[in-house]
Design a binder for this molecule. Sequence first.
Ligand SMILES: [Fe+2]
Ligand SMILES: [Fe+2]
Length: 190
Amino acid sequence: MAEQRDVIEVLEHDHREVEEMFSELESLRGADTEDAKSRRKKLTETVTVELVRHSVAEEVLVYPQVDDKISKEEADHAREEHAEAEETLTRLEKLDADDPVFEAELSTLMEEIRHHVEDEEGQMFAEMRRVIDEDELRKLGSRVEAFKKVAPTRPHPNVPNEPLPRTAAGPAASLFDRMRDAATGFGSGD
Ligand SMILES: [Fe+2]
Ligand SMILES: [Fe+2]
């Protein structure tokens, strides 16, 4: 069996996957074939699921450790950045890929996430390495991976081939709720 990755390796791997999807989305910018449009919408959904799952895992399993061992302010700053990205994702989910606003919202999302990833990798994770021992980091890594396995994998599981339901809150918002429900129990215990 492969050695358990520590939590920072797990989270940084997620960041790289999201960045790859962002690059592909940027390369599809302005392409107006039906294929390109459906690929953009699909990729946006995949990136949404990945970002929500990753963010909820951090909020439930990682940031509480940062509160305790590094700085409550730093963890709160990260939580605020998640909340902003959550709002952007919720707006984005309600738009078609050929809506002119879609591009603008997608750019906002990429900017927010790239900035947030820089903060985490440049500061928070480096501090975690200094103050949390490797055993503990690996234990957290396995809990994050376990959470990711039980988290929902689709933004709106009941409407496979139909246009998204235009609910007031939007599917991304309900996805956050479902991920947070799935996270119940993962934050407690050692
Ligand atoms: Fe992250
Ligand atoms: Fe984060």
